[in-house]
Write a protein that binds this ligand. Structure first.
Ligand SMILES: [Zn+2]
Length: 54
C-alpha cells in the first residue's frame, strides 16, 4: 500500500479487517502489511488530515 490517508474501512472479515485505498486501489488488512509504529503514524496523519477537512 502507498501510505495514503485516503483509505476507507470496508468490512470486518474472519481473517481481519479490510480496507481500500482510493489512491492506488489497494485492498486488504493494513495491519498485516505495516509495522506497528508505521501504523500509528498513519492513524495520526489520517486524523490530522480529517481534522483539517472539517
Ligand atoms: Zn494506496
Amino acid at each position: 500500500m502507498c501510505g495514503s490517508p485516503h483509505i476507507h474501512y470496508v468490512a470486518g472479515m474472519i481473517t481481519g479487517e479490510k480496507y481500500r485505498c482510493e489512491d492506488c486501489g489497494y485492498e486488504g488488512s493494513l495491519i498485516l502489511e505495516m509495522d506497528v509504529e508505521e501504523y500509528k503514524k498513519w492513524i495520526k496523519r489520517r486524523g490530522d488530515e480529517s481534522g483539517i477537512e472539517r
